[in-house]
Design a protein around this ligand. Structure first.
Ligand code: NOJ
Length: 752
């Protein structure tokens, strides 16, 4: 690419004069600046701003990629690029855009920074299990720091889709099943990325996705249809997007699915009536990868028709399809799109650039700046420790230092798979493997993989896994069994490769692959204690493992410091504190599965005929939402409600006692049920949670303030409010094992 440095300087001086001041001031100045810029733009240039394109080497997550991009940049018809390789490339491209195009409008650089940029943190589902909002915010801030230091202005995160079907591979990118927890995480991530001031060189614009309801695709299949009642939509699926909007998110990405028959990307109700009018969102709306073009596959017409419809529905930026741009003439001549829509979309793209400080300084994030990678590595360790969930422990954990360990399983010495899905800039050489981590605690360590990940050839092809490359399966197995016989304890590290969850990774069998299960069964047969460590991206079906292993640690795809974190937990240097952000089903037949079920007219009785249950399995999950053990059991007692807590609130309290002999941190959860109301309400809903530290033997009271807001719900007419009457307050270590009290509330704020 030829760079015209001189013209760049001249251009910079002429076009940007007076703009620096504008960038730092308010909306009016922004409007004035954009008005005058747009006054000089041609129709083609305006529409060009709505084009978000890929670059050579960009990750391609759809059938098409952008063509002739350099030439389009020079014509001034590209608004931004995403997933562009390196800082150097971005610098070159920005220079080129500034000096080769007529108006020299800076480009916006987006990227899928999902759980860290260079420093990879646990996958979002893992991080959600920390229930630590301050930690979540810090990881987003660290990601922003690293990404912005390499010229990225905009990250396609957070993904806040509620997921109640673990067959969907993108559950790994989500915060799980619960709207309250999901909303807290959405807000924390937006704050972390945007840092309260988008013009900061170390801040990036967040993009909440995928609006909306993408997590509710039929059968857990990616990109599939969604059909949902308005009540469930408002009560459960929409709140996390709303929380991101309320936290000031700069952009929203539309989803692939339809809502009430109209795909989100062309859904006027969703993009304009709800998002803009009801929620007051004033940022940028971008499509997902070719989701404009895909509207044709949904059956809405040809590209010209669907692009016009998407724009009119409220879409501002088109990722890859270039729908309106390609058919501009016909669209305008036929009246399919109005100048008003074009102006609006162009303005929103320019506003995003303005807010990001790009008009004041197009190189604001393109200057050499070293992010604090050391601090990020410490944070990655903290995050991986706090994300891991101890699912079972019969007392085998923590292991004794210098125990003789047989370390087996296909992920015991794996690097890349500890990253999980969506890693564009992380370097797997930096990963601490489980083997490296455990070697810090014992020299008596024998490692052998024992089995390959899968022998399913179809799956292996899709996830690009080499079935052949690991030697003879019988040989692998016999080495592992020999190691087990010779050891004090077996640590088996099993689960999923990074490609087995994430986008386009839906599965019908979410148990351990047969190869791994066979190894685990043989190890259990040996008779030594077996600790199963799971490295994976989704809830798995683990009934057999729960019955037969001595301990199970769900480590998720834990990121760059995963091996250290896992070893710290196994050997007791860190007392596990993670709690599940999603229920684990006993089997696939229980899906969809979640804790906040509604009552039925025929209340469930285990195996009871003519009641709302199965006759071959319980309704309960294997591990419920909110669940997670630690090494020091905590007892809950004495739940009570105090009406005199202060104006407009009452308090719910309980006493917690650490019955063990280790310091522990407990995530205490408050659930509220509304047993009598004008509509049938879920039996319970998470309304608050708090972390509390307890020394061995220590007792502490925990107090939650409850206000009217905690009791509100959408009624039949979708009005949001609360109804006086009885409420059930539950406090506990998870959604199932709670202590509860029933209490009547007529009104708030008086001292009756
Ligand atoms: C498709 C995915 O659905 C979305 O999450 C991602 O941000 C875009 N591709 C861009 O890579």
């Amino acid at each position: 690419m030829k760079i015209k440095y001189l013209s760049l300087i001249l251009f910079g001086v002429s076009i940007l004069t007076g703009v620096a001041q504008a960038a730092s001031s308010g909306r009016q100045e922004m409007n004035r600046f954009i008005d005058s810029l747009m006054a000089g733009m041609t129709l083609e240039e305006k529409v060009g701003q709505t084009n978000l394109l890929t670059w050579d080497g960009s990750l391609q997550t759809g059938a098409t990629k952008s063509k002739g991009v350099s030439e389009k940049i020079a014509r001034g018809v590209v608004g931004g690029l995403f997933n562009v390789g390196s800082l150097e490339e971005r610098i070159d491209i920005q220079r080129y855009a500034l000096c080769s195009s007529r108006l020299g409008i800076p480009l916006l650089f987006g990227q899928d920074v999902i759980h860290g940029h260079r420093t990879i943190f646990p996958i979002p589902l893992g991080l959600a299990c920390s229930w630590d909002m301050e930690l979540v915010e810090r990881t987003a801030r660290a990601a922003a720091d690293e990404a912005s230091s390499e010229g990225i202005d905009w990250v396609f995160s957070p993904m806040v889709d509620i997921v109640r079907d673990p067959r969907w591979g993108r559950v790994a990118e989500s915060s799980g099943e619960d709207p309250y927890l999901g909303s807290c995480i959405a807000a924390a991530m937006v704050k972390g990325y945007q840092r309260g001031d988008l013009t900061r060189p170390d801040a990036v614009m967040a993009c909440v996705k995928h609006f909306g309801l993408y997590g509710a695709g039929e059968g857990g299949r990616d990109y599939d249809a969604v059909d949902m009642s308005l009540n469930r939509m408002y009560q459960v699926y929409l709140p996390p997007y709303r929380a991101a909007v309320d936290a000031g998110v700069g952009s929203v990405m539309t989803s692939f699915n339809d809502i009430n028959g109209v795909p989100a990307t062309a859904n006027k109700w969703l993009l304009t009536d709800l998002l803009r009018t009801q929620w007051g969102f004033d940022g940028l709306v971008v499509s997902d990868y070719t989701s404009v073009g895909e509207l044709s596959n949904h059956g809405l017409g040809n590209l010209r028709q669907v692009a016009a419809r998407a724009l009119a529905a409220g879409l501002d930026m088109d990722m890859v399809s270039e729908g309106v741009y390609k058919h501009l003439k016909e669209c305008v001549e036929s009246g399919a799109i109005t100048m008003q829509d074009i102006d609006r979309a162009c303005r929103r793209v320019l506003e995003a650039k303005y807010r990001l400080g790009l008009f004041a300084d197009p190189f604001v994030r393109l200057r050499e700046r070293a992010a604090d990678r050391k601090q990020a590595a410490c944070l990655a360790l903290e995050a991986a420790r706090k994300s891991a969930v101890l699912l079972k422990n019969d007392g085998v954990l923590p292991l004794k230092k210098n125990a003789k360990v047989a370390l087996v399983g296909p992920f015991a010495d794996s690097k890349y798979d500890l990253f999980g899905t969506w890693v564009l800039a992380g370097n797997s050489n930096e990963v601490i493997t489980v083997k490296d981590g455990i070697a810090r605690y014992t020299r008596d360590l024998y490692y052998t993989p024992g089995a390959i990940v899968t022998d399913n050839p179809d799956l292996a092809r899709v996830i690009r896994y080499d079935i052949q490359g690991y030697g003879d399966p019988e040989q692998l197995l016999s080495e592992a069994l020999a190691a087990a016989r010779d050891a004090d304890v077996v640590v088996a590290v099993m689960g999923e490769t990074s490609g087995m969850s994430g986008e386009s990774a839906s599965m019908t069998d979410i148990g351990l692959q047969k190869t791994q299960r066979r190894l685990l069964e043989a190890l259990v047969e040996v008779g030594k204690e077996v600790v199963l460590v799971l490295v994976n991206g989704r809830p798995m079906t683990l009934e057999w493992e729960d019955q037969n292993c001595n301990a199970i640690l769900e480590a998720w795809a834990p990121g760059v410091q995963g091996g250290n974190a896992i070893a710290d937990i196994l050997f007791g240097a860190y007392n596990p504190s993670g709690k599940l952000a999603i229920s684990f089903p006993v089997n696939v037949g229980q899906i969809p599965i979640y804790y906040s079920t509604k009552p039925t007219g025929r209340p469930y009785v285990p195996y009871g005929k003519y009641t709302a249950g199965y006759i071959d399995c319980l309704n309960e999950p294997l591990y419920p939402f909110g669940y997670g053990l630690n090494y020091s059991p905590v007892e809950y007692s004495d739940i009570r409600v105090d009406r005199y807590a202060g104006a407009g609130c009452l308090s719910v309290r309980a006493t917690l006692t650490n019955k063990g002999n280790l310091q522990t941190t407990e995530t205490v959860q408050l659930y509220i049920g509304d047993p009598v109301a004008s509509i049938s309400r879920p039996k319970k809903e998470l309304k608050s949670f708090k972390k509390i530290g307890l020394e061995p033997g220590e007792s502490k009271d925990i107090e939650f303030s409850v206000t009217e807001n905690d009791l509100k719900f959408y009624n039949e007419r979708l009005e949001y409010g609360w109804e006086p009457g009885d409420f059930v307050f539950e406090i506990g270590p998870d959604s199932k094992n709670t202590i509860s009290v029933r209490f009547k509330i007529e009104k708030f704020g008086d001292a009756n």
